[in-house]
Design a protein around this ligand. Structure first.
Ligand code: FAD
Length: 293
């Protein structure tokens, strides 16, 4: 006898929920198991923070606009969704930091603006960004070194101790703030800068370790390859591709989950505002933490 399908509810139809639902559907196909997926989204559209709009006839992103290209999983997902050919890299300009007086170009080529290169043009970039003495202080790191941090340690104090406060406040923090909307003092190294831990495995000095890593690209003339990618049509293209990869009728819009209770026989019962409760065998919560709490 064929076992009944496992009923899985994904709560939240942002990119996380959609990607989770697509991954579950793919896994079930590979394992030849039957899964009944339901994506419950409170809003009347999918995508969550990802939202496209139009300005003067051009498509623009009104929220997130790019994806960090270094994650292998990102490329696997884009390929699986068939949108790899739509990938574009912003390559016309480099990001700048406002140092209180003027815009200075972020030194390019190494993770999180950590100034690890030794070429004169690179050093000049760093001097322009944070000033000569702080740049000199950063350059002393191979001799000063310091303890190897754990992945859960905050990035801010680590950068400050290794390279000086100016590198943290003038280079690393502004870049991180732009990406994670948070301070380096509250973001863990393992989560936002795993490359730095990798570098420390190669050499006790962070700067020497970064130089020895094969992935960094040295600064080149002209526009450097951006570490960010997006898709033609903006990130809504990703949402559309994820939605298209869902099993038919899996997405339920206007379905706000207000409670999750234990049901009979190890099942879960989801209360959905204005709708009958939904009994499932498993739940994926793909919500921002305050909504999930
Ligand atoms: C202005 C801005 C710019 C950003 N730029 C970038 C960027 O360029 N690159 C990048 O990688 N990241 C960026 N981010 C971060 C990125 O947007 C988020 O990390 C990502 O969109 C989160 O997706 P998510 O699916 O986890 O959550 P969300 O997008 O928040 O989706 C959660 C979904 O759950 C739904 N929901 C909430 N409560 C319930 C409930 N009770 N029942 C049912 N559904 C519910 C919501 O309606 C929503 O659709 C940016 C964020 C902001 C705000």
């Amino acid at each position: 006898m064929t076992p009944p399908p496992r009923r899985i509810a994904v709560v939240g139809g942002g990119v996380s929920g959609l990607a989770a639902a697509v991954a579950l559907a793919r896994r079930a196909t590979l394992d030849q198991t039957a899964v009944e997926l339901t994506v419950l989204e409170a809003d009347h559209r999918l995508g969550g923070r990802v939202l496209g709009g139009e300005l003067a006839g051009a498509m623009i992103d009104l929220g997130p606009e790019s994806i960090l290209a270094r994650e292998a999983d990102t490329w696997t997902l884009l390929k699986d969704l068939g949108v790899e050919a739509k990938v574009v890299r912003p390559g016309t300009t480099s990001a700048s930091i406002w140092n209180g007086r003027r815009l200075v170009a972020i030194p390019r080529g190494f993770p999180l603006s950590v100034p690890a290169q030794m070429t004169w043009s690179w050093r000049w970039d760093v001097v322009r960004a944070i000033g000569p003495l702080p740049a000199l202080r950063a350059g002393l790191e191979p001799w000063l070194k310091g303890p190897v941090p754990s992945p859960d340690q905050a990035l801010g104090p680590f950068i400050s101790a290794r390279l000086g406060r100016s590198v943290l406040r003038g280079l690393v923090d502004p870049l991180l703030g732009g990406i994670y909307a948070g301070s380096a003092d509250q973001l863990s190294i393992g989560a936002v800068a795993p490359q730095l831990l990798q570098a420390l495995r190669l050499d006790p000095s962070l700067l020497r370790g970064l130089r020895r890593m094969s992935s960094p690209t040295p600064p080149t003339a002209g526009a450097p390859p951006s570490p960010f990618i997006t898709l033609r049509g903006g990130l809504s293209t990703l949402v559309e591709a994820l939605a298209a990869a869902l099993p038919a009728h899996a997405a339920k819009l206007g379905a706000q989950v207000s409670a999750i209770e234990a049901g009979p026989g190890g099942t879960c019962r989801l209360r959905v505002e204005g709708q009958p409760p939904l009994e499932v065998d498993g739940v994926v919560l793909a919500l921002p933490a305050p909504h999930a709490a």
